[in-house]
Unconditional design. Structure first.
Ligand SMILES: Nc1ncnc2c1ncn2[C@@H]1O[C@H](COS(=O)(=O)NC(=O)[C@@H](N)CO)[C@@H](O)[C@H]1O
Ligand SMILES: [Zn+2]
Length: 504
């Protein structure tokens, strides 16, 4: 049993076919079936697996075709091969091919396909499941066929079938390193303690915090440690990556394959003309309510969303370029703004929030340079967590973040490509918090953004996200709030917290 494609289509010519043209069309059909559709097909392919025009007729200015195929010279590929041949043949009878109308298109996929593996798409007209196969009738235009929509639907079904098998599987997790145990100094919940001390307050938006000077002093202390112990010694240069991400970037980074449930979407006004918005403002002035429904009708987009993974918007800087060997490896970082995720995992304290502050470290070069930089980062992070922050922590190989953000599970399939999560113990909940990671992303981004290297070697990249909320949560959960008990390397960077607000 193999996959089958079938279509019927009408080819509209510029004038009625003459009897000679009809004869020529018959010869062309025969030549296509016997020669053209067999080109590039393996010798061992059976006849019924190869695309064939099974019926045809000519009336007035139209040639109607029925094409069937197996996996070789798929029906829609046969249609476009035939188009070229018949246009030449009819051209000799002064007949121009005007357009192709696809009347029907079906694909029959062997095997058991669970319902959840069938995507809900406008192209799918009907689905009929049989014991050994599923038949899908598609509504496709000739352009859809040229864009290979049927092939992409088949691939999507295979992926969904695979994911349905993975269903029970959790994310990949394999321990790499664990530190020694540390003396329990504090057992409280850091978020609650920070709230009680006025270090933070809930922001007005979901999963958002307002950080008072005491909390920011700790954020900045960690930033200084990152700059002094990691960024500067390893030679990373600061850049500013955009924070509003258009679809074009997420299409190339792969996020467009599955990040929709967690994006903070961004829309634009249909027009800046103040009079267009006057009634909205008036409505608010009169009612004190913002008429969101009315506003929604006046928006374009969403044009994309707020920063999510932080590194993708960097890539247009090198898109389409070839990098000179002597400028590699490129090592940069960004800490210029917030990341936003409509966290489906639910929000929790300052640990899992919708708006967070991350230092995104990014490097690119040859595969060797990329792996070497990741290893140098592992070494420096280990020294920071062991000797400076004196944390109880561990690291683990996990499903690569870029796969997880495309809704995939499992592994990258290459030992060198993947994500290593760093986790810190939270004594108050006796659980482990991923507070940062280091990833070798392989050629995914350079390929996605068409970046080459002078030597012709594959360009690879890596990135590491340092979440300042998470570093803070991990540190305070383990070290508590008495700065006298903090490790010297951190305490020396934080002045005595000043109370500037006094609420009555
Ligand atoms: N909801 C969240 N709240 C707080 N911090 C978060 C949240 N999501 C991610 N982070 C921080 O961002 C880091 C990297 O996020 S990631 O999704 O794992 N990886 C990426 O996005 C990569 N581009 C590297 O940044 C996490 O280790 C964590 O420190
Ligand atoms: Zn990244």
């Amino acid at each position: 049993m193999f996959i089958r494609f079938a279509l019927t289509a009408d080819l509209q010519f510029s004038r009625d076919l003459t009897p000679e043209a009809v004869l020529a069309a018959g010869d062309t059909v025969q030549e296509a079936n016997e020669v053209l559709f067999r080109r590039g097909v393996p010798a061992e392919a059976e006849d019924e697996q190869i695309g064939k025009i099974t019926e045809w007729s000519a009336h007035d200015s139209v040639i109607s075709l029925a094409i069937e195929s197996g996996p070789y010279t798929r029906a829609h590929d046969a249609l476009f091969r035939f188009r070229k041949l018949i246009a030449q043949a009819m051209g000799r009878h002064r007949l121009g091919l005007r357009e192709i109308t696809v009347r029907s298109f079906s694909v029959e996929i062997p095997g058991h396909i669970p319902d959840e593996a069938i995507p809900k798409l406008p192209f799918i007209r009907s689905v009929s499941s049989h014991a050994e196969s599923v038949r899908i009738d598609l509504a496709c235009s000739a352009t859809d066929l040229e864009n290979r929509v049927p092939d992409r639907i088949v691939k999507l079904i295979e992926e969904k079938k695979e994911a349905a098998l993975y269903g029970g599987k959790t994310e990949h997790w394999e321990l790499v390193f664990e530190s020694g145990k540390r003396e329990r100094i504090f057992e409280g919940n850091p978020t609650e303690e920070m709230l009680a001390r006025g270090w933070i307050k809930h922001g007005a938006s979901r999963g958002q915090w307002i950080f008072a000077p005491q909390a920011v002093a700790l954020f900045r202390a960690f930033e200084r440690i990152v700059v002094e112990e990691i960024i500067r010694p390893l030679g990373f240069s600061e850049m500013i990556f955009p924070k509003l991400v258009p679809w074009e970037v997420w299409m190339r980074s792969g996020h467009a394959k599955g990040v929709y449930p967690e994006i903070y979407y961004v829309c634009t006004p249909k027009t800046r003309d103040p009079s267009y918005w006057e009634d909205i403002a008036d409505y608010f002035k009169v009612t004190g309510e913002v008429p969101v429904e009315m506003i929604r009708d006046r928006l374009d987009g969403p044009i994309g969303g707020m920063c999510y993974a932080q590194c993708p918007p960097f890539w247009p800087f090198v898109q389409g370029e070839t990098l000179a060997n002597d400028c590699l490896p490129i090592r940069v970082f960004d800490r210029s703004g917030t990341s936003h995720r409509y966290e489906s995992g639910g929000i929790h304290g300052i640990e899992r929030v919708d708006e967070f502050h991350r230092i995104e470290i990014l490097w690119l070069g040859t595969a060797e340079q990329t792996i070497e930089t990741a290893n140098r980062l592992h070494e420096t992070y280990t020294r920071v967590f062991e000797d400076l922050m004196e944390l109880e922590w561990r690291s683990a190989r996990v499903t690569p973040w870029f796969m997880a953000q495309e809704g995939m599970l499992g592994e990258s399939g290459s030992a060198d490509i993947g994500t290593r999560d760093y986790e810190a113990l939270l004594p108050y909940s006796n659980s482990w918090l991923e507070f940062q990671n280091v990833s070798v992303n392989g050629d995914k981004y350079p390929k996605g953004f068409n970046v080459k290297i002078q030597s012709g070697a594959d360009c690879w990249s890596g990135c590491s996200g340092i979440g300042l909320e998470r570093w803070t949560a991990a540190f305070l959960a383990q070290k508590g709030f008495d700065t006298a008990k903090w490790p010297e390397a951190v305490a020396r960077l934080v002045d005595e917290p000043k109370e500037i607000f006094r609420f009555l």
